[in-house]
Design a protein around this ligand. Structure first.
Ligand SMILES: C[C@H]1O[C@@H](n2cnc3c(N)ncnc32)[C@H](O)[C@@H]1O
Ligand SMILES: [Zn+2]
Length: 441
């Protein structure tokens, strides 16, 4: 795609400040190549090849989804109303046994289309056949941090294979697609990965200079099993004891934490990805977000896969994040709209070590425009963050820009054929179900 300078005129801008607060301003924004180059009143139109009139629109940073399994969008709705243990063991893993590179590629295109259409410009993924996921990301134009879901269950040969997979992902795709794709190690969790695997992940992450994406403290069962298997150590204590914890670790869920573990997260600057929809749907529990915010821990938002959510709309995630904390603590002030906006943008970018998540000169141009001419956006609230967190949903997003390129305009995807993706996705899941049935016969 040719790069063209883009001028966004007359936008109402909502900018997260990274301290749980936001600022509002009315200005024009000029994008040159992949970056925001000027924010000012009345920027000269001759500076740009493309002009967007944003008079009735809200401009904010593209949302960042810090924990998902994008190709699981193919498995949307295959098993609902279950707890994590049975959901994974009895339904998801047997189905995932029939995945291949092609299905993961199609699933990633499907998930990425949904994300772009609901205002997400960057996601952090942990899944399989990541070469196919990388191809989808490259084609569709999003930003992504990719990791391979490493599971060894203590088996040495399996462990070797998991390192081979994740290292080949890093070697082939780290810092590719004009810098849009970076990579991490993705040890699935401390209940599916052995201590040997986790120890080696820490060493290899340092060697390759990439981060680590892991599920942590999701269910009460996980805590009890960890204590039983590891001399009474809770999951974060176990990881601390092997020197695993560091500021490059993104820990998804973090639902069941005691005070000592919160201190470990804080002292090691571990980044927390909060996934309220998945935690509610799988009845895992309520993450202590108020305690984490009090300690200035970096909390961002993730949808988890579309099979435990069941969509990838970070606007939904923002609203649930806010409402869940309020009802759980009976404190309406907790997880206020400004804080939640910061989680979904600024903090997400910080957790993933990408130079986006705010509307500032020099940042990557990952931006979205929401149309306010919708009944659910009328009348406007007193603050833009209230509008965006409590009233808006992903389908109010009109335009999505990533790395200075327009991926969606007027709700039309520009880099891919949406209809083709939908029909390919339907075909893929039918084929997978047939494969699964043939196997059980
Ligand atoms: C990478 C692996 O993680 C699994 N997976 C998806 N969602 C969750 C969750 N909430 N908790 C644990 N594992 C999960 C995927 O189904 C895949 O097997
Ligand atoms: Zn997950």
């Amino acid at each position: 795609m040719e790069s063209q300078n883009i001028l966004i005129k007359n936008a109402k801008i909502l900018n997260p400040l990274g301290n749980g607060k936001t600022e509002e301003k009315n200005a024009d924004v000029l994008i040159v190549e992949d970056k925001i180059s000027e924010i000012n009143k009345e920027i000269e139109e001759s500076n740009a090849e493309k002009i967007i009139d944003a008079s009735d629109k809200i401009l904010m940073p593209g949302l960042v989804n810090t924990h998902t399994h994008i190709s699981m969008s193919l498995l949307r709705g295959i098993a609902d109303d279950l707890e994590l243990d049975s959901w994974l063991n009895d339904y998801i893993w047997p189905m995932e046994a029939h995945l291949n590179r092609e299905y993961c590629y199609i699933g990633a295109l499907l998930g990425a289309s949904e994300m772009i259409k609901s205002g997400t410009t960057c996601f952090s993924d942990m899944y399989f056949y990541m070469d196919g996921v990388a191809q989808a990301v490259e084609e569709i134009g999003m930003r992504a941090v990719l990791s391979y879901g490493m599971i060894d269950f203590g088996i040495k040969e399996k462990r070797e294979n998991e390192f081979k997979e994740n290292i080949s992902l890093i070697k082939n795709h780290n810092n590719t697609a004009d810098g849009r794709i970076t990579t991490m190690f993705g040890p699935h969790s401390s209940y599916t990965a052995s201590v040997e695997l986790l120890e080696r992940v820490r060493k290899e992450a340092d060697r390759y200079n990439v981060g680590i994406h892991i599920h942590m403290n999701e269910t009460m069962k996980e805590i009890n099993d960890s204590k039983e298997a590891h001399e009474n150590k809770r999951p974060f204590e176990l990881l601390d004891s092997i020197g695993f914890l560091n500021s490059d670790v993104v820990a998804a869920h973090c639902v069941w934490l005691d005070e000592k573990e919160i201190n470990l997260i804080k002292n090691n600057d571990v980044k927390v990805s909060h996934n309220p929809c998945s935690n509610m749907k799988l009845a895992s529990g309520v993450a202590p977000i108020g305690e984490l915010l009090k300690e200035n821990i970096c909390v961002s938002l993730g949808t988890d896969g579309a099979s435990s959510n069941n969509n990838l709309d970070v606007f939904d995630e923002m609203k649930f994040a806010a409402l869940l904390q309020k009802v759980h603590t009976l404190n309406p002030k907790l997880a206020n709209a400004d804080e939640v906006i910061n989680m979904a943008s600024y903090n997400g970018a910080k957790a993933l070590n990408i130079d986006a998540g705010a509307i500032e000169v020099g940042k990557k141009a990952d931006l979205i425009l929401l149309d306010t001419k919708h009944p659910n956006m009328t009348p406007q609230s007193n603050t833009l963050s209230s509008n965006l967190v409590y009233s808006a949903n992903g389908s109010n997003v009109d335009t999505t820009i990533c790395n200075g390129k327009i991926l969606m305009e007027g709700r039309k995807l520009l880099t891919v054929d949406e209809e083709h993706i939908l029909s390919e996705a339907k075909r893929a899941i039918i084929e997978m179900k047939e494969l699964k049935e043939a196997e059980s016969e």
